[in-house]
Design a protein around this ligand. Structure first.
Ligand code: GAP
Length: 516
């Protein structure tokens, strides 16, 4: 199965099993907007708890807030979003489809890189063990030619972005002979800037003065509350403010399911530090955030750092944490050293003094900021895409069956355990219900008595339930149950009295937090 096919299957699985639905589907949906179903919202809540606890519970010097989505419009002038939160867009005149000009160019570069990979693959096959990849890519004529083309396009692209020069960007698209994937033609419009912020009106009088924006990032709610939190919490630099909340962007190209949405959720933490110490803190947070990801038990090879070549004008360091989604390595989280830009700009635009008096240095300054910013929805997609598998299963009678299993990290799984009476008689069903009643205070449990035990296992595998407990006739004699592991499908017998501890050890968020 190709990665593309796998991704399509995952999307329909998410709908069929109550994880994610297209928004307002009965009206044919709304582009790039999705609703979370009964299991999707549990998964999302668990991800948010894991992040929140890792920030707010585990750090004495980090507190959490919940700022409003609507903010004073001047906020977005100060932050630079009114002037510069733009994407360059281009239309194909034949298909009437709209694209991000920068994405078209990036995809063209990725295609060229793919050509090099193919040459390498071919040569590796041809030369076998004797193949030296480094030597090949530095000497092979065809590879050098493609690499030269990549370097030229990239240099022109970076120059066009930096200015920004929209005509130059269009010229790259024309020179590279990039075609519209729908019409197959090169009939392009000019490139125009498109502001990604949604606006709406506040109050009952509809005039210009009442235009406000739906926040495009949660971070500004933290910056404008810097003094409130610092003073009311008597916080001492270095300290952090964390927040989880919705953000809105009128994305031009909204594809890849919940990867790029118009309404999404962010988990952001701004860490305020002494000027001059920011790059040390940047390194610490960069490593710490990767540890947070790896503590979920996901294969480290699926992660990589990506260093930003072109820094935003306010940043002095920026890395992305990228994950290998079915459509390639893509950003899931950004770590940015934002200097004193945001606090400085808010001081300038509001006319308020936004500084911190450092008692140890006996001086006031505008703190520098390290930001960690991660999308909740991208984490949901990461957990689902990483966990989805189709497998052949050999049954007890020797015949084979197929199962779809979601290997979501157990602590994040929507349902933690299912309790299944082997048969619905002889008191087994009542016993199973008693177990659910005792465990549901701590774990999301399901009781299921319908169909064969095998079919019940399949249903739980499909929603990622890490443990299934079966109540059988032996249970009625010695108060033990079998517990089946989703991933290994192995079963063991344990006393009912030991279930709470067993589950706590296996599925608690604490078990991941301890590894960070
Ligand atoms: N405050 C910094 C900031 O907003 P960003 O790189 O634009 O930085 C941070 O966004 C994270 O938010 C991304 O790494 C991604 O996980 C998530 N994100 C951004 N745009 C998104 C979208 N349209 N849909 C889903 N998630 C998005």
């Amino acid at each position: 199965m190709t990665q593309e096919e796998l991704f399509k299957k995952l999307i329909s699985h998410c709908k069929e099993y109550g994880f994610i639905f297209p928004s307002s589907e009965i009206y044919d949906g709304l582009s790039a907007v999705y609703d979370y179903g009964q299991y999707g919202s549990e998964l999302k809540n668990n991800i948010k708890k894991y992040w929140w606890d890792s920030m707010v519970l585990l750090n004495d010097n980090i507190v959490g807030i919940d700022a409003a989505i609507f903010m004073h419009p001047r906020t977005w002038e100060a932050s630079g979003h009114v002037g510069a939160f733009n994407d360059p867009l281009i239309d194909n005149k034949d298909s009437k489809k709209r694209y991000r000009a920068d994405v078209l160019i990036e995809e063209h570069i990725a295609k060229l890189e793919g050509k090099i990979d193919k040459e390498v693959e071919k040569a590796a096959k041809k030369f076998g063990e004797a193949f030296d990849k480094n030597q090949f890519i530095t000497t092979n004529g065809r590879v050098l030619e493609i690499q030269k083309e990549i370097d030229t396009v990239r240099a022109r692209f970076v120059a066009a972005l930096e200015k920004p020069d929209l005509d130059a960007m269009r010229q790259i698209i024309v020179d590279c002979e990039i075609v519209c994937p729908i019409s197959g033609t090169k009939n392009w419009t000019d490139v125009r800037q498109f502001n990604l912020m949604f606006d709406t009106k506040i109050g009952s009088v509809s005039d210009e003065a009442n235009v406000i924006y739906l926040r495009p990032e949660t971070a500004q709610g933290i910056f404008v509350n810097f003094l409130n939190v610092q003073k009311s919490g008597r916080m001492k630099v270095p300290f952090g403010i964390a927040q989880i909340g919705k953000a809105f962007r009128n994305e031009i190209v909204a594809r890849q399911f919940i990867f790029r949405m118009r309404e999404f959720e962010q988990m952001e933490m701004q860490f305020f530090v002494r000027p001059g110490s920011e790059l040390d803190w940047f390194d610490k947070w960069k490593e710490k955030r990767l540890r947070w990801h790896l503590a979920m038990g996901i294969n480290p090879e699926k992660y990589r750092f990506h260093k930003h070549d072109k820094l935003a004008h306010y940043a002095n360091a920026a890395y992305d944490i990228e994950f290998q989604f079915p459509f390639g390595f893509k950003e899931v989280e950004g770590i940015h050293s934002r200097t004193d830009y945001d606090l400085g700009r808010h001081a300038q635009f509001s006319g308020k003094k936004i500084t911190y008096f450092d008692p140890e240095l006996n001086q006031s300054y505008v703190p520098y900021v390290i930001e960690t910013s991660i999308g909740v929805d991208r984490m949901v997609l990461l957990a689902l895409a990483n966990g989805y598998a189709e497998e052949k299963v050999v049954k007890e009678d020797g015949t084979t069956d197929e199962r779809v299993v979601l290997r979501i990290p157990p602590a994040l799984a929507p349902v933690k355990l299912a309790v299944l009476p082997l048969v619905k008689k002889d008191g087994l069903d009542e016993k199973a219900q008693q177990i659910v009643k005792a465990l549901r205070f701590e774990f999301n449990c399901q009781y299921d008595e319908k169909d064969s035990i095998g079919r019940r296992y399949r249903r739980q595998d499909a929603i990622g339930t890490p443990y299934c407990i079966t109540v059988d006739h032996q249970t009625m004699q010695d108060d033990t149950v079998t517990i089946r592991n989703r991933d290994t499908m192995q079963q063991e017998r344990i006393p009912i009295a030991g279930l709470q501890k067993y589950m706590g050890d296996k599925v608690s968020i604490r078990s991941m937090l301890e590894k960070i």
